[in-house]
Design a protein around this ligand. Structure first.
Ligand code: PRP
Length: 210
């Protein structure tokens, strides 16, 4: 049987995922010494890891070229898609928040919002029956209110340092975020047993950490 393919989001989630696999008793030396390689075996899981950008993790899982994906809830909320979300890994914790200039929240007055997450932003303000314009920004979205392009931002807040150092304040929390396990819908049926055994091992480690 060919190894299960697990798409893992490069960067912070990658590090936490490796730590999780090691706590599950897996030898991750190939991943730790990857150099520039992007597909790495984890023999103890009967799997190989595919390192990809968050959005691409979803693409590979939806198309079935990877069976499992590890990706932030932020990307899942922004992209949507057709897959199963099966497990909250409990790491990569942060939140979506509305932030702006001035300590006193002025959410009701917002007309223009800048965000790297236009779909999440539109959906949230629609749910509040507020008609706003969304400006898509690719990075360092904190600049938008400082440059007077927007009245507020919707962005990820982890420690709050970026907001603080740029004179911005959280006006409203929108949603909690953490790393999630997603599974291709066909693979869920075809390789259920193998995957369940991995998820059970992961859950045991996660629960032991609480
Ligand atoms: C995210 C987010 C904030 C920052 C929040 O950006 O967009 O800018 O982290 O973290 P903090 O609350 O701990 O300061 P990221 O580092 O992913 O970089 P990016 O702006 O290039 O996407």
């Amino acid at each position: 049987m060919k190894p299960l393919r697990i798409a893992v989001t490069k960067g912070r989630l990658e590090q936490k995922t490796i730590e999780l696999f090691e706590k599950m008793g897996c030898d991750c030396s190939e991943v730790r010494n990857k150099g520039r390689r992007l597909i790495l075996p984890v023999p103890d899981l009967g799997a190989e890891i595919v390192l990809a950008k968050a959005q691409d993790v979803i693409t590979y899982v939806e198309h079935g070229v990877c069976d499992i994906g590890i990706v932030g809830k932020d990307t899942i909320m922004e992209s949507g898609g057709s897959f199963f979300e099966v497990l909250d890994l409990g790491f990569g914790k942060c939140r979506f928040a509305i932030a702006g200039q001035g300590e006193e929240p002025r959410v009701e007055e917002i007309k223009v919002v800048a965000s790297k997450y236009p779909n999440v932003t539109r959906k949230y303000f629609e749910s509040r029956l507020m008609d706003i314009d969304v400006v898509k920004i690719e990075g360092s979205v904190e600049l938008a209110p400082l440059l007077c392009l927007a009245d507020a931002i919707v962005d990820i807040v982890e420690t709050g340092t970026t907001l603080k150092e740029n004179g911005l304040y959280v006006w409203q929390s929108v949603a909690d975020i953490s790393a999630r396990v997603i599974v291709n819908t066909a693979a869920m049926k075809l390789r259920k047993q193998e995957m369940e055994s991995i998820f059970n091992r992961a859950e045991a480690v996660i629960n032991a950490g609480n």
